[in-house]
Design a protein around this ligand. Structure first.
Ligand code: MLT
Ligand code: MN
Length: 311
């Protein structure tokens, strides 16, 4: 199986369009130590031909332009794509807005939980993808699903979806339920185990608020984990002066310190560990920073756009 991280930044991207914080500033200024990054998305193939996207970011058009494997293939039909399916892990704007760019009556399949499918159904703009052409299939939690293309043909990939601690999409928060997770329900945020027929599996968890015992058990001994790398410290956006929210308030577990993902995932025997969905305030974006060095020393990699993992 080949995994390509086609977008490694969190919502907003890096640099973010309106951001003058020191990290974005350095990219605007052309500092070669910092790589620009597009918004969160992963592409994977089990057979080398049929590709599955995991989340569709607002930058999908640019991501396809940078990824020849996702472009219409030479000599192929006049209208065609190697993208057979899009699997959604939540309804955050950075994970669903790219669907709008995949219109033009091209058949593929959207896989998501019932909760996320409700969001697509209740926002009629998503009907630019006519459900007769782009089928929407429900991902049952806790079960394995073989990914099929629009003709019902398997693409050689099986996914298992499981709920992870998280939060309902920002634009759907019910502020009257602040003490009940803003109306968050099971299925709003999921993690995925992605496997090809005979190979090892990868776990993809771009949003996760907490690592509980269930998740620890699930990830124990995994070959590969792509995990929520939004913030390095919980109060990072506040200390940076760019926002009032903690990572926890956004449904994202921080990396460093007690209870952070570096410590929580240190001793589970996970072979490849990669941080994805990195916010533009996270100091690990600077390859020369002590925080970047600490993450590397702990055995992690920091994703960049185009990073490929073969399993
Ligand atoms: C998140 O991951 O918290 C969201 O994508 C934030 C956003 O809506 O941009
Ligand atoms: Mn996000």
């Amino acid at each position: 199986m080949r995994l390509k991280i086609i977008g490694s930044a969190a919502g907003g991207g890096f640099p973010q369009w309106n951001c003058n914080y020191r990290l974005s500033r350095r990219v605007w200024d052309g500092d070669p130590n910092l790589r620009a990054r597009t918004q969160s998305s992963l592409a994977a193939t089990a057979n080398g031909n049929d590709w599955v996207l995991f989340n569709a970011s607002p930058d999908i058009r640019q991501q396809i332009a940078f990824t020849p494997e996702l472009q219409p293939q030479p000599g192929g039909p006049l209208r065609s794509t190697p993208i057979r399916a899009v699997v959604l892990t939540n309804a955050d704007v950075d994970h669903i807005a790219g669907l709008l760019s995949l219109r033009e009556r091209e058949p593929f399949v959207i896989y998501a939980t019932g909760r996320v499918l409700e969001v697509l159904a209740s926002n009629s703009i998503f009907n630019v993808l006519d459900p007769e052409v782009v089928q929407r299939r429900e991902l049952p939690l806790g079960k394995s699903t073989d990914i099929l293309d629009a003709c019902g043909k398997p693409v050689g990939m099986t996914i298992e979806s499981f709920a992870v601690p998280g939060k309902v999409a920002l634009f759907l928060e019910d502020r009257s339920k602040a003490d009940e997770g803003f109306g968050t329900r099971e299925g709003d945020t999921i993690g995925l185990r992605i496997a090809s027929e005979n190979g090892p599996a990868a776990f993809y968890i771009p949003g996760c608020a907490r690592i509980d015992a269930t998740l620890e058990d699930r990830l124990s001994g995994a070959e590969c984990l792509l995990f929520d790398g939004t913030v390095y410290t919980d109060d990072e956006m506040i200390t940076a002066g760019v926002g009032a929210k903690t990572g926890a308030r956004m449904g994202h577990l921080h990396m460093a310190g007690e209870g952070g993902s570096l410590a929580a995932l240190a001793d589970l025997g996970i072979r490849k560990r990669i941080y994805v969905h990195i916010n533009n305030t996270n100091p690990v974006l600077d390859a020369a920073s002590p925080e970047h060095a600490a993450v590397i020393a702990a055995g992690w990699r920091v994703a960049f756009d185009g990073m490929e993992v073969r399993l």
